[in-house]
Design a binder for this molecule. Structure first.
Ligand code: TRP
Length: 449
């Protein structure tokens, strides 16, 4: 059903890079380490890997096949297969979730942009474990600067999305992925050779099952969806640009592999460094922004490495924000018949407005720092609401839809179209019909109590 006028990836590697570009981002390098740090390290990593394998991977294939079959944005995809029922609501939930995640994700992306400018102007050369937090708080507390960075970042996203699928999104992803990986190898070496690094490795690798709690499991599952860009239709949308003769199982499995690999690698960089500097692994969202400048300060050529790293992280974030905005834009393009540019701009405007209270969570306005009753910040609430809950609920309904409404046998026809063989067809069907939805519900219910 996909037509070439709507846009297609130039090649299979194009899809893999763009989908990995969506998947690999701040989720791997910023969110994964601090969430693991808050949840006892290795124990979290264990449940994260289990979630990827048992829950996220099947949902990823379900999303991509649904997208390729219908050639549509999430709302359109549900409508195409079930014009009458309420299934399109799952698509709408995806569009909204995308905008909401984008609103606070762009704030963090703004931090990387700000840190890039600081690194390149040599501001980090004297930073140490002792003053890293103060530097970070001074930076995020500057509300005007933060709103500016948020705005710049959203506009950069609009620029890429406006240029369209293969000339915009795909081209950016191709340059970035290898570059980021190479710098991470240097960082890894520096971090592992710091004095006291082994304590960090122990924290990261030896699970302490006595710390087991529902929260560890739900955070791990939420992180798995977030990291693979699942549960809101980003992969439906990216799948819709995938050519019919492409090998879908192999392309998606590569994406899952890259994404997981980069996250695990980020942990190997962050934890040894955190422990060697006597810092707190449960330091929250500031964690990597506090420790990374310290590693750079202790590295020969750290100024250059630091600037390059934050630049690449910025681009990694951009290839992810692009996928978040692309979902909402594709919806406006397909369903409202707006132009690509108008769609991107209007959705970006809404995003910016919702980003403001997240920025204010770091100002000295008490209300946003600790909302009445729940006592978490506005940003913390947004993250929990949309990442942990909305993505899990979205993923649940996508699995049910593909398993029972579209039916897994039909999905398998689409999945094997370019390949004819899919070794794990049976396992996948069982996962998508029973295992994934059951586990998601179980974890969600557990988290309520
Ligand atoms: N996966 C991205 C990351 O890890 C973030 C992201 C992009 C995302 N698109 C998404 C998260 C869609 C959830 C849904 O940084």
């Amino acid at each position: 059903m996909a037509t070439t006028t709507r846009g297609n990836w130039g090649s299979k590697i194009g899809f893999i890079l763009a989908a990995s570009g969506s998947a690999v981002g701040l989720g791997n390098i910023w969110r994964f380490p601090y969430t693991a740090g808050e949840n006892g390290g290795a124990l979290f990593v264990f449940f994260y890997l289990v979630s990827i394998l048992l829950i996220a991977w099947p949902v990823l294939i379900a999303e991509a096949s649904l997208g390729r079959f219908t050639g549509k944005n999430p709302v359109g995809a549900f409508k195409a297969l079930r014009p009458k029922g309420q299934w399109k609501l799952v698509g709408y939930l995806g569009v909204i979730t995308g905008i909401m995640i984008l609103s606070f994700y762009s704030m963090i992306a703004g931090w990387t942009l700000g840190y890039f400018f600081r690194a390149i102007t040599g501001k980090f050369s004297t930073i140490s474990g002792a003053n890293a937090r103060r530097v970070f708080e001074g930076f995020t507390g500057d509300t005007f600067l933060q709103l500016l960075l948020l705005g710049i970042f959203i506009l950069m996203t609009v620029y890429v999305v406006s240029r369209g699928v293969s000339s915009g999104i795909e081209k950016f992803a191709k340059v970035l992925m290898p570059g980021l990986f190479i710098i991470m190898i240097f960082l890894l070496i520096r971090s592992l050779t710091l004095e006291g690094a082994s304590k960090g490795l122990a924290f990261y690798l030896n699970p302490d099952f006595s710390k087991l709690s529902p929260r560890v499991i739900i955070d791990a599952m939420g992180q798995a969806f977030f990291s693979l860009s699942l549960g809101m239709g980003a992969m439906i949308t990216y799948g819709s640009y995938l050519k019919k003769d492409e090998n879908l199982p192999s392309a998606t499995s590569w994406v899952a592999f890259f994404d997981t690999f980069i996250a695990i690698m980020a942990g190997f960089i962050i934890f040894p460094a955190i422990f060697s500097q006597g810092m707190d692994p449960a330091g929250g969202p500031g964690l990597v922004f506090e420790i990374l400048p310290v590693i750079f300060a202790k590295m020969p050529g750290g100024g250059v490495f630091g600037s390059l790293f934050f630049l690449l992280l910025c681009i990694a974030a951009l290839t992810s924000t692009v996928s978040l905005l692309e979902v909402a834009s594709a919806y406006c393009i397909d369903e409202k018949k707006w132009s690509r540019k108008k769609s991107a701009l209007v959705m970006a405007g809404i995003t910016f407005i919702f980003g403001i209270p997240s920025v204010l969570s770091y100002s000295n306005i008490k209300f946003f720092k600790a909302l009445p009753l729940i006592k978490t910040s506005f940003f913390g609430l947004q993250d929990k609401l949309w990442t942990t809950f909305a993505l899990s609920i979205g993923a649940f309904f996508i699995a049910i839809f593909v398993g029972y409404i579209w039916k897994s046998a039909n999905a398998l026809k689409e999945i094997t179209r370019g390949t004819q063989k899919f070794k794990y067809a049976l396992i996948w069907s069982i996962s998508v019909k029973f295992l994934s939805p059951l586990l998601i519900i179980l974890v969600l219910v557990m988290s309520i109590f």
